[in-house]
Design a protein around this ligand. Structure first.
Ligand code: GRG
Length: 298
């Protein structure tokens, strides 16, 4: 759940996060054909205390476009399922090899590598089942499936992860870094907003405004993630910090310095908020969420 120095945002957001958590729990009831250990591995990671940023973006984008929470919930759950699968696989020994995630042992540490791989696989497929079954009308469901598949796939999140794993063979420039994160982190943030707009019947103009907001927010989110890896508190962040420097990774503070990175993140958030002007007060929680991304400590 999002926590913020602005308690009013936390108070406004907390009921939404709780609705998402309840829906995620319901979606992972499964019948007896799902092995008990697999179900526990899925729930261990999915129901762990993440910030639920992507589901909140779905819900608040729908709100900005005049849509309801109920209509947005399936898409909110689907993006969280894809995000959680990516975290489980990212933590595996073959990738980042991490022990701690969301303040808990990583999935493979708690359930073994094979179960962690399967838990990720199951979440990836469940996301599309949820969209196909629970979004109405079917045409919107199909569009959501296609957009989420593109954002999460080989030219989106998976592609960005692939380049990030081999970044040492790419030029160490800001363009390289932004291109990696536009796909690895940004694509899922952007599609969360688009799905929220689509389920609310947004106009092309509204989708364009959400896209500008999302592109700026996505990059700012990655910069703050890099800054937390440099200066965050492991207990609060809920994962190991200092990894990027240790592994010689290409990062924003590494290329620009911490102060310039922070300045850039502030500028991006200001641009994100400017893009919301046409929504007037219906986007006020979306605006507050952008400011939270700048202030976050985990
Ligand atoms: C393995 C296919 C595959 C992709 C992995 C998301 C990702 C791609 C890797 C995670 C590693 C990482 C630190 C990425 C940078 C930013 C990021 C996505 C952080 C995690 O997201 P948060 O902070 O996490 O929203 P919570 O736990 O709050 O949901």
């Amino acid at each position: 759940m999002v926590q913020s120095s602005s308690s009013s945002l936390a108070e406004q957001i907390s009921p939404l996060s709780q609705r998402v958590d309840a829906a995620l729990l319901a979606y992972t009831e499964f019948d007896r054909d799902c092995p008990a250990e697999l179900r526990e591995a899925i729930r261990h990671s999915l129901l762990a205390p993440g910030k639920r940023l992507r589901p909140l973006l779905v819900i608040l984008a729908a709100e900005a476009c005049g849509g309801s929470l109920e209509a947005a919930l399936p898409a909110a759950c689907a993006v969280e399922m894809i995000h959680t699968y990516s975290l489980i696989h990212d933590d595996l020994p073959a990738m980042d090899d991490d022990d701690l995630r969301r303040g808990r042992p990583t999935c493979h540490k708690a359930f073994g590598e094979a179960n962690a791989i399967l838990a990720g696989d199951a979440l990836l497929t469940l996301a599309f089942q949820v969209l196909a079954q629970d979004i109405q009308p079917a045409l919107v469901a199909a569009r959501c499936c296609a957009e989420l598949a593109i954002a999460a796939g080989a030219t989106g999140m998976v592609g960005g992860q692939g380049d990030d794993l081999h970044a040492e063979s790419l030029p160490a420039t800001l363009d390289t870094l932004e291109a990696i994160h536009r796909r690895k982190t940004g694509a899922m943030i952007l599609v969360s907003l688009r799905l929220g707009g689509l389920v609310a019947g947004a106009s092309e103009e509204q989708l364009k405004a959400l896209e500008i907001y999302g592109n700026n927010l996505g990059l700012a989110f990655q910069i703050t993630d890099d800054l937390l890896d440099v200066a965050g508190d492991e207990q609060i962040v809920g994962k190991r910090v200092g990894k990027d420097l240790e592994r010689g990774k290409l990062t924003f503070p590494g290329l620009l310095g911490a102060e310039e990175s922070r300045r850039r993140a502030e500028q991006l958030i200001a641009e994100a908020c400017n893009a919301l002007a046409g929504f007037e007060t219906r986007a006020s929680r979306l605006e507050a969420l952008a400011r939270y991304v700048l202030e976050r400590n985990h």
